[in-house]
Design a protein around this ligand. Structure first.
Ligand SMILES: O=c1ccn([C@@H]2O[C@H](COP(=O)(O)OP(=O)(O)O[C@H]3O[C@H](CO)[C@@H](O)[C@H](O)[C@H]3O)[C@@H](O)[C@H]2O)c(=O)[nH]1
Length: 459
């Protein structure tokens, strides 16, 4: 019995926020933790679990996926931000606690830690109640993390109002429109600010924070990099470990656990296109439809550009399309409901990516060395866009979706002969060997810390 206990791997529960851009990096984190002798288990609400199971074979993953009830009916959704928040705060905690007890007592290794997406901060309280050490997970840029963690000071210093707008300009790089919490109506902005402040309160009880980014995001040239100018956490807790970007090459993941069925036909179609000719358009998984008028404008713009394109457009986004659009453009472009994005970006026919600047998409574009046309819409996307355009200079922001604006941006981005080299540099900085070994070292330090904590609690 004793020997059996020793061979059982300690369990580590990973709790992502229920969105594609959060589950994907959490899986990669889980796979990385596997190699450190842990047994990672990803816990999602049932509505997400159902989508994953419908689209991928869970046996392909060495990481376990488990679900907890979310209080939603069995239908597909859509569930908006506040409906999900309500479920996270009121329904999921008790179910997670029950699951934790079951997992702890099932004779297959105890739960030694929880890694909790900061946007799912409800689970921090569950960890505290159950006496399980918790690490936070920040799925995006450190710059956005810093911005969010400075909300209380900004409020205190009267730099932002109660709806989260700048009272005067205090960040040289950002304007009010770029602030990640300014989404929707006045009431929803206030509610989102409250959501973030609650996260900050809970954050203080975390021991560690795993950051899906890299140190010194503002540096592009290697010679400007200073190793000692590392992240200085504002408080002692949590200790920050940059473990990102959690992307494809360093880890052999089968594929992302897609919530929707990937249309792989577009890969064959790409094989018939000229190198660097195709524009790939995708606005990620999380932003709400941008309205019929904008969709119609973009549809006509794409047609007028006379370039081949692949456009990821969910059903709920398609109402504004001109009648018969898909057939009209069939020789020029492909509309897909969901793409195998990483494979599309890897393809040599793809030359440009019109993106919403989600963090995962941004990193995937860098990994595949693709130039970016940026159209940020919500949350951290404005900050990411600033870095893409102003700091790393690997893309251009499109002012609007009309023909003139997009044409201008395409010209600018294609004309920039140094962009290729800058893409190479930022790729090297974020995903090169040195970064990979730093990430491995940081993960090791985190696991060692965890181990030490275990040892101390046994004595
Ligand atoms: O057709 C598609 C479109 C997307 N993806 C994948 O879906 C993920 C999308 O992630 P991301 O680019 O981060 O966008 P969102 O899903 O919209 O992510 C949310 O979460 C991110 C991490 O916090 C934030 O940076 C974004 O702003 C926020 O919208 C990526 O891995 C893509 O490869 C596909 O596989 N197929």
């Amino acid at each position: 019995m004793g020997v059996q206990c020793i061979t059982k791997k300690p369990k580590i529960l990973l709790v992502p926020y229920p969105a594609q851009g959060h589950v994907n990096p959490m899986l990669k984190l889980g796979l990385a933790l596997l190699t450190h002798g842990l047994q990672p288990i990803i816990v999602t609400p049932e509505f997400i679990h159902r989508r994953i199971v419908a689209n991928v074979d869970l046996n392909d993953y060495q990481v376990r996926f488990m679900s907890i009830p979310d209080g939603f009916s069995g239908e597909e959704g859509p569930y908006d931000f506040f409906a999900i928040e309500k479920s996270m705060e009121n329904i999921m905690p008790n179910h997670l606690e029950t699951l934790l007890h079951e997992l702890d007592e099932d004779d297959d290794g105890t739960v030694v830690c929880m890694v909790i997406d900061l946007l799912a901060s409800w689970a921090i309280q569950v960890a505290t109640r159950c006496g399980i050490p918790a690490a936070g997970f920040w799925p995006a840029m450190q710059a956005t993390y810093r911005l969010i963690t400075s909300i209380p000071e900004m409020i205190q210093a009267d730099l932002i109002s109660e709806t989260g707008k700048f009272t005067n300009t205090c960040q040289p790089l950002l304007s009010t429109e770029d602030l990640p919490w300014l989404i929707g109506t006045q009431a929803s902005r206030k509610a989102r600010l409250k959501f973030w402040i609650r996260i900050l309160d809970r954050l203080t009880s975390l021991r560690w924070l795993l950051l899906n980014s890299f140190p010194q995001e503002f540096v592009i040239h290697d010679d400007e990099y200073q190793d000692d100018d590392y992240i200085a956490p504002p408080h002692n807790n949590p200790i920050i470990f940059p473990v990102g970007p959690l992307t494809e090459p360093s880890l052999t993941t089968p594929k992302n656990p897609s919530f929707w069925k990937e249309d792989t036909n577009c890969l064959e179609w790409l094989d018939h296109q000229k190198p660097n000719s195709v524009i790939y358009i995708s606005f990620g998984s999380w932003v709400s439809p941008i309205g019929d008028a904008k969709i119609k404008t973009l549809a006509l713009t794409l047609q007028s550009l006379n370039r081949p394109f692949i456009w990821v457009l969910a059903k709920s986004w398609r109402h504004g399309l001109p009648n018969g659009y898909s057939d009209t453009v069939s020789k020029q472009g492909k509309l897909v409901l969901w793409a195998p994005q990483f494979q599309v970006l890897q393809h040599k026919a793809v030359g440009l990516y019109l993106t919403h600047c989600g963090w995962n998409s941004t990193m995937e574009a860098i990994q595949c060395r693709k130039r970016l046309l940026c159209y940020p819409m919500a949350g951290d996307q404005f900050v990411n866009c600033k870095y893409i355009v102003k700091v790393w200079k690997i893309g251009v922001k499109v002012k609007g979706l009309g023909q003139k604006d997009v044409e201008e941006a395409v010209k600018k981005v294609m004309k920039d002969e140094e962009m290729e080299e800058r893409l190479r540099k930022i790729y090297h900085r974020t995903m090169g060997e040195e970064t990979s070994s730093r990430v491995a070292g940081n993960l090791k330090a985190f696991v060692l810390g965890l181990d030490q904590l275990q040892q101390n609690s046994l004595h």
